[in-house]
Design a protein around this ligand. Structure first.
Ligand SMILES: CC(=O)N[C@H]1[C@@H](OP(=O)(O)OP(=O)(O)OC[C@H]2O[C@@H](n3ccc(=O)[nH]c3=O)[C@H](O)[C@@H]2O)O[C@H](CO)[C@@H](O)[C@@H]1O
Ligand SMILES: C=C(OP(=O)(O)O)C(=O)O
Length: 420
């Protein structure tokens, strides 16, 4: 059992290093498996549990993978891929397992998916993925527990997504990259991580145009080759550290954070009274005035990222007045409210909306992380709470944030990780 212990009250000051993006490195590991020869090198890899699971899963299907933690570098040799089975005991522990399917289809002609994990946020369908594979020529058998996809080569087609699914877009691009002919993907996701994956695939030899427009065209090629690629900074990690400064009335320098990627999140925090100054590759964030309440509606990029909805709910607890938060991406992403209320917050949830009435003083207690982002939001709440906050299960936080305690401590926070 991993738990985080947070003693609140310190204003955060100093420098934090923003990690590489979880939601970019996972599809990149999937992309590396498309190369039948050579070794792929990924740099700026976040040292998080999801990456460890992805390494285990890649090894389970026959890849040779080295994770050099100190160097934040992955070396992947996918030449020996030999098993189409994504075993349940690894695949059910993280969402990124779904991103291994295109490589298995191209390399072995089939994928046997014994389960897909990820944060428990309500319904998380994969129908766009399977419909897309079918339109490219695959046969999909959806059993109760196991999904079996077979594809004796893909042929380009026109695909669409009902909504711009993040991993759905990445998977269909990877499926189309080695298909015969041209594929058009309509209503594709615009997230910066998707563009970084397109960048890597392009350097591997894929022919992809229209990234960032919602209409992506992929001209299939015969082969993709191993490359070296540096993972983009994690905008969600950057958002959390910016909010840690906001929660504590602090002032931090975020090395490697990209202000452009924060998009609407930046403007919402500014409305609340947080100041940002962009000094090249270092983002300066401070809050020196009372927090104002905010209205947030989550959306796909460039809208307010759903993964930062829980963290901003914690910040809203300290704002003077009522904040409104409307969740549009997931139908079960408000489990945090009950935990924050245990700490003294006043949050009322009705269906997919929440009203946060602040400012309420927060007090430390034992709370439960229901998913990665509610976990990190409870760490943020703990930073501003009186007394000690104990958060379990810390594993969920470690799925997406690397060296959290150390990076928080470097800013003067009293955060420790315990493993028992
Ligand atoms: C590993 C990774 O990159 N995870 C991110 C990715 O998850 P993920 O790619 O799973 O999220 P999607 O964008 O696919 O899902 C968004 C919504 O679309 C629905 N949907 C999706 C696919 C599908 O085939 N059918 C369908 O109905 C889902 O149920 C959900 O309500 O994007 C989410 C939304 O930004 C983020 O919270 C996750 O951090
Ligand atoms: C929902 C998330 O992740 P995943 O899709 O990996 O479960 C997240 O990062 O908040």
């Amino acid at each position: 059992m991993v738990r985080y212990r947070v003693r609140g009250g310190n204003a955060l000051r100093g420098t934090a290093f923003i990690q590489g993006a979880k939601n970019a490195v996972l599809p990149m590991i999937g992309a590396a498996l498309l190369a039948a020869r050579g070794r792929t090198v990924l740099r700026n890899v976040p040292i998080i549990e999801d990456v460890r699971r992805a390494v285990e899963l890649a090894e389970a299907i026959g890849a040779r993978v080295e994770l050099h933690e100190k160097e934040r570098t992955l070396v992947i040799d996918a030449s020996g891929l030999d098993s189409p089975v994504l075993p349940a005991e690894i695949a059910r522990r993280f969402r990124g397992s779904v991103l291994f399917v295109p490589a298995l289809l191209h390399r072995l002609g089939e994928a046997i998916i014994e389960g897909v994990g990820g944060c428990n946020l309500g319904s998380r369908n994969l129908d766009f993925h399977y419909l897309g594979y079918k339109r490219l020529g695959a046969v999909v058998n959806e059993g109760d527990a196991v999904i079996h996809v077979k594809a004796a080569g893909f042929t380009g087609a026109t695909l669409y997504l009902d909504t711009p699914s993040h991993t759905g877009t990445e998977n269909l691009i990877m499926a189309a990259a080695l298909a015969r002919g041209t594929t058009v993907i309509e209503n594709a996701a615009l997230e910066p991580e998707v563009l970084d994956v397109i960048d890597m695939l392009t350097r591997m030899g894929a022919k992809i145009s229209g990234g960032g427009t919602g209409f992506i065209t992929v001209e299939g090629v015969d082969e993709l080759h191993a490359v070296e690629h540096t993972v983009m900074p994690d905008r969600l990690d950057a958002g959390v550290f910016a909010m840690a400064a906001a929660m504590t009335g602090g002032e931090v320098n975020l090395v490697g954070a990209d202000l452009d990627h924060l998009g609407v999140v930046r403007y919402k925090l500014e409305q609340m009274g947080v100041e940002f100054a962009d000094h090249g590759a270092v983002l300066h964030v401070r809050r020196d005035r009372p927090l104002r309440p905010i209205n947030v509606i989550t959306d796909t990029y460039p809208g307010f990222a759903t993964d930062l909805q829980s963290p901003i709910m914690a910040v809203a607890c300290l704002a003077d007045g009522a904040s409104y938060i409307h969740e549009r991406i997931f139908d079960g992403r408000f489990a945090l409210a009950t935990e924050l209320n245990k700490m003294g917050a006043d949050i009322e949830v009705k269906e997919n909306s929440a009203v946060v009435r602040g400012a309420t003083p927060l007090r430390g207690t034992q709370v439960t992380a229901h998913d990665l982002r509610s976990g990190i939001a409870l760490v943020l709440a703990g930073l501003a709470a009186e007394g000690e906050t104990v958060i379990e299960s810390g594993y969920l936080i470690d799925r997406g944030h690397s060296y959290l305690a150390e990076r928080m401590q470097a800013l003067g926070a009293d955060v420790t990780q315990e493993i028992s």
